[in-house]
Design a protein around this ligand. Sequence first.
Ligand code: HEC
Length: 185
Amino acid sequence: MQEAKPPIDEEKHTSWVKKVMAIIAIGEAVVIFVGIQFIPWGRADINLPVKAEPKWDSPTTRETFFRACGNCHSNQTVLPWYDVIAPITWIIKRDIDKGREALNVSEWGLGDNEAGEAADTVRDGSMPPTLYTLFHPSARLSASDKEAFVQGLVATFGAEHKSKKKVSDSIRFFPAQKDNSGTDR
Ligand code: HEC
């Protein structure tokens, strides 16, 4: 039995092409996503050896510090699985590097730090960064945590006032420009 060929359906044809294009695009995205997982940058120095720690005023202060600040201000960084996926790792690594540069409780006494301002940063809510606590709820500080923690930080690190520069509490993907005018570095 012979049937007459139906005329080419123009609309069907374009939607078919669109589908193939979409599949190719998704395929490419998957290949790129999988591919970048093999770029080791950012993973190697997440967890480094501890050289020296400050003399904490109490075990609670230390505990709270490691819970809320430790991932960016110590060498003992413990990241959840979703932080170890590129390109998230790269964004996080930037924060870890900059955070350790400002204050690293695992390399205490080795070089300058801004620990004196720690109490102030917690008091004014700039630390831990809001975007970070959004994705790392265990780092959140309740009002009562905060009060005790600020006291512990003052007892451990002293209380210098943050005046020279302001850290933007906004999105860390686009860190605020540091205002170096009038500072000593
Ligand atoms: C997501 C990573 C991250 C976490 C978590 C974090 N910080 Fe920071 N912190 C940074 C970065 C990045 C800088 C450097 C900011 C800059 O130079 O602009 C910084 C800077 C600082 C400074 C230097 C002064 C200043 O304001 O720049 C202090 C003090 C500080 N943090 C204390 C803390 C304390 C205390 C906690 C916990 C309550 C904490 N941070 C949690 C990333 C973090």
